[in-house]
Design a protein around this ligand. Sequence first.
Ligand code: 2AM
Length: 221
Amino acid sequence: VPLEETSLPLFFGWFLLPGIQDKVRCTSMDFLKTLDTLEAFKKHLPDFTVEAEKEVDLEQYFQANGVLHCTTKFCDYGKAEGAKEYADKPAVKELYGSAFELSLSALFVTPRTVGARVSLSGDQLTLWPADAEEVVSVVPAAATLPAGSRAHITLGCAEGVEPQQTGFDLLEILALQQEGQEGELVEEMELGSLAYYGKGRWLLSLREPISTQACFSSLYG
Ligand code: 2AM
């Protein structure tokens, strides 16, 4: 592999500081613990798992992986399209190593992933790649969503599921909302309102967004 390819990271993103990582993980665990005991969840269990189980332990179902972060640009060490252009952006160079406050506005669960939606501020959008929502082959309506719609933190994936799926799952839910489907309001929980979007897709809109400190950096892996 030529050196210029390895000089780019696996990805750029905001990495949550250690203390807040624990808080977000705990909030996510509490949510999963509550969700799988709800009658509404049990009713929709066949959408969620193909196996004819009566119950699913969501905390076991999803595997956590690595440091919590919100990917901005996946570079694949330079092999991904637009990687070099992104790394050369003035905002990326200037803000590399800076601290940010990310706002987590929702938690979502699907049969594949659990994640947190990140609502980016104007400043933060300067670090967002223009093509992040151009994934029409996976989520047809995604390209019509505003920039930053895909921003998320992967909190866990079901066995055999790649982390990039989390962003697709979020875009799918947002595309449904854009079409005017607000989801079926299932329950007012302490954290916020829980809505069901069919096919095992659940969205908890947080009453109080979770503000998380994060450092803009990159991972070489
Ligand atoms: P994630 O951002 O949804 O968690 C390393 O694999 C990181 O890069 C993960 O955080 C992963 O998903 C993200 N990632 C992997 N492949 C990607 C792709 N093709 N596009 C965008 N992000 C990707």
